[in-house]
Design a protein around this ligand. Sequence first.
Ligand SMILES: [Mg+2]
Length: 231
Amino acid sequence: MPLSALLFDCDGVLVDSEIVGLADAAMFLQSRGFSWSAQEVITRFTGMRSDLFVANLRESYAAILGRSPDEAELADLVSGLLETRRAQLHTMTLVAGATMAVRTAGEVFAGRIAVASSSGKAQLADKMSRFGLAGHFGPHIYSADDVERGKPYPDIFLHAAAALGVAPATTLIIEDSVNGVLAARRAGAEVWGFVGGGHCAADHAQQLTESGASRIVADHDDLATQLRELS
Ligand SMILES: [Mg+2]
């Protein structure tokens, strides 16, 4: 079946946001008894909407520390993590070549491109305008706030495909996270794993492939080349 539209994830694909505050977040978690490396934090939590993130953190807390957290402890953990990230937000950049790859995707898919992100609506709009990306997508910028369930559920991709007027099975999704790749596969879409973000370690490609990515994209130059080969 030919591909008819392309959906970009935002964080870790267009905007290099997953690396922001990552080392500090891992250190903060270690100080609270979670012996996760920065890489484990990435695998576990990236691509997740905040409600699923908090649920996952609660389960992990019980599994690791042997008891469920009370609400104050959980709130303290979440606010501590948010604060480590907020303190580093000024370091956030565009992933190199993202604007060029978005332009190429627009040409290859005759304008049928969208952003489908786990980010909240206001934060997503801010990132899109801050990095000059909004104009490439018109109205097709979709946030996890637009749907009932966040990634790894497929809702955001089904929503974006419907808005573009295409069947999910004919969409190509560019994702950097395990949760996002799982969501794309559950939507019945083709998904390519993007490993050009600052947070991607050597085994990231293998993780995305094992989760269902049909191809790996090294960076935005590679993405533009592979997209042109489709047309
Ligand atoms: Mg992402």
